[in-house]
Design a protein around this ligand. Structure first.
Ligand code: SF4
Ligand code: SF4
Length: 612
């Protein structure tokens, strides 16, 4: 049976699912009618599944231009009476923070859940912010699952809580929960329904002008106080008591799994309170657990978020127990936990004078795929800047596959900050220093937040050369469509928004080159870097991972190869390796792009095409 057919099975089925896939199933079992996202790892698989099942389940799904738009669309859908779901990676909530915070004041229509997938250890992110801080800041209920089964089941409870209190609920995962695979027991899929739209009747609630916001804020804090003592949602939390032990561990999310493994392997006896609702803290169960344990260790990844709340609660209760955790430096604040780190904290708390050594992880930097258009783009631009005597120019890059150009042998990024920042930061440096800067931004990132930045750069008079690296997809997160292509199922007739049209409308000088035409890129770059003012070069070539038929591969003629190793040392395609004194291409790895056969890579033209 195909994945999708199994995924849409009825109640009673059990299927091995990723946490993210279980979340998508939970959304369907909750009767969502609308889902929107901007793709970002570690949340991407939720969208991959929902996009595919949308036609069969009656839900509307879209990849929005950015997370703020996705949030506002989902909020609108909720006001229109449909249960809505918006999801994003952790830094996406920085972009959506504006509507998120105020939507807590206004409340919602039908249930609304916002999933944020945090990325401890930054496997695919620029920082590892703990988004529970956002939930706290916005006064949003936070629900944290610790397994795929909970991910599915907690989604349903999230919608119930959301509708009972008319409040958006934050559903927070981390990479390991999102990407953990485990059996999930299915309930029934619920077809979307539409509740009454009350926007017109309740405009005093939905219009957050100061006079209304002053009234809504106390209502919000009152809601949170009610939720903290609402036992209807006690199912989110669980206690495991160990007869005779007075050592307690309070934990949540993926940390619960580390705690269970560490206790099993160390033999230490402890009681566990696992919180599924981490904002507000459920007062009754937490107080009872604190009174049952003389010492409590709080185990949570990233910030001491729970620990700070538990300590404050302990103080309010008159210091009924001893709390230990990250604030005592017993556990690290940074990076993903390991069982070893958790085990050592538990051994220490148990008074066992022994530590387990961590085995260091080995790894090598990620690299562009064989056939990636960015390789020949960066190789050629680097060469052109050198030819023009401008190797010293500041290079501002952005978020996406092309950020791999930071690594050797390209070394083509001096700054990488956040989505769209290449253009604004590059413009800021240009204006402040009076020097030309170069910026790199991908097509999806340009649509996400590069458009206001480039309009602002033009208005600022920045002296900047901007490369828009258009590989026709949002590549890094799984080849989701950009606005150059239809937005969602049901909009196939959409003709696409061209980057060229936007630049023309904004009055920006631009040219377009083929990402695999190294000579053209070099000539265009050398010419443009000498001009003053703002210039854009669109470098266009499809992502190697987009579906395509391989029509040829390339091979090195050992007789012609001079052994200069330029194709390995400076071009660095993973399909090419050293074979004694000459280079060799693996015909299976080679994607047939032909970029290495150009004279700029192989000066003696020893690389030849073999047609399939
Ligand atoms: S660039 Fe050409 S000549 Fe140099 S090692 Fe590679 S295949 Fe051989
Ligand atoms: S043609 Fe050359 S650059 Fe392109 S994938 Fe094959 S080996 Fe790599």
């Amino acid at each position: 049976m195909s994945f999708l057919k199994s995924f849409l099975s009825e109640s009673g089925q059990v299927m091995l699912l990723l946490g993210n896939e279980a979340i998508a199933r939970g959304a369907l079992e909750s009767g969502i009618g609308f889902a929107a996202t901007y793709p970002g790892t570690p949340s991407s698989e939720v969208g991959e599944v929902l996009m595919k099942v949308a036609p069969d389940t009656g839900i509307y799904f879209q990849y929005s231009l950015n997370e703020k738009i996705a949030y506002e669309m989902a909020y609108g859908a909720s006001l229109a009476g449909k249960r809505s779901f918006v999801f994003m990676k952790h830094v996406g909530l920085n972009v959506a923070a504006d509507p998120f915070v105020t939507s807590l004041y206004t409340g919602i229509g039908a249930g609304m859940v916002v999933m944020t997938a945090d990325d401890p250890s930054m496997f695919s992110s620029q920082n590892e912010q703990d988004n529970r801080r956002y939930g706290d800041l916005a006064h949003a209920p936070i629900i944290e699952p610790s397994s795929p089964q909970e991910a599915k089941d907690f989604m349903k409870i999230s919608y119930e809580l959301s509708e009972k209190y008319s409040i958006p609920v934050m559903f927070r995962t981390t990479t390991r929960v999102s990407h953990m695979r485990a059996p999930v027991h299915f309930g029934n899929i619920v077809r979307p329904t539409v509740a009454d739209m009350k926007v017109k009747q309740e405009r005093d609630r939905f219009s957050s002008v100061p006079s209304n916001a002053r009234r809504l804020k106390p209502q919000l804090t009152h809601k949170m106080s009610m939720i903290s003592s609402d036992n209807e949602f006690g199912i989110l939390n669980s206690v495991e008591m160990n007869e005779g032990s007075s050592f307690g561990i309070i934990t949540s999310g993926v940390s619960y799994n580390y705690v269970k493994d560490a206790l099993a392997d160390s033999g230490v006896q402890a009681n566990i309170l696992k919180l599924g609702l981490t904002n507000p803290i459920p007062v009754e169960i937490t107080e009872k657990f604190m009174r049952q344990n003389k010492r409590i260790l709080v185990v949570e990844e990233l910030d001491p978020y729970l620990e700070t709340k538990i300590r404050a609660f302990n103080d309010n209760l008159g210091h009924i127990t001893e709390i230990t955790g990250k604030l005592d430096k017993i556990l690290p604040w940074s990076l993903e936990f390991s069982e070893t780190a958790v085990m050592n904290s538990i051994l220490k708390m148990a008074g066992i004078n022994s530590t387990v050594n961590e085995i260091p992880a080995k790894g090598s930097p990620p690299e562009f795929c064989p056939g990636c258009p960015h390789r020949s783009s960066f190789f050629s631009i680097k060469r052109a800047l050198k030819m023009a005597g401008r190797s010293d120019v500041v290079l501002a890059s952005d978020i996406g596959c092309y950020s791999l150009s930071y690594y050797e042998p390209y070394d083509m990024a001096d700054i990488i900050l956040d989505m769209g920042a290449s253009i604004s930061v590059g413009a800021g440096i240009s204006i402040a220093s009076g020097k030309k800067t170069v910026a790199f931004i991908g097509d999806s990132t340009f649509f996400h937040s590069g458009i206001p930045a480039i309009i602002n750069a033009r208005r600022s008079g920045a002296d900047m050369l901007v490369f828009i690296l258009d590989n026709s997809t949002t590549a890094m997160t799984g080849q989701e469509p950009t606005p150059e292509f239809p937005l969602s199922i049901g909009t196939e007739n959409f003709s696409g928004t061209r980057i060229e049209s936007i630049l023309e409308g904004a009055g920006i000088n631009y040219s377009t080159v083929d990402a695999f035409d190294e000579g053209k890129i070099i000539r265009e770059t050398v010419g443009s870097i000498k001009q003053t003012g703002l210039k854009v070069i669109i470098v266009r070539g499809p992502c190697a991972l987009l579906p395509h038929k391989k029509e040829s591969y390339y091979e090195v003629s050992p007789e012609e190869c001079s052994g200069c190793m330029n194709c390995i040392d400076n071009f660095h395609c993973p399909a090419i390796s050293r074979d004694g004194k000459v280079a060799r291409i693996d015909p299976y790895e080679c994607d047939g792009c032909g970029a290495c056969a150009e004279v700029y890579v192989c000066p003696v033209k020893a690389i030849h095409e073999v047609k399939l």
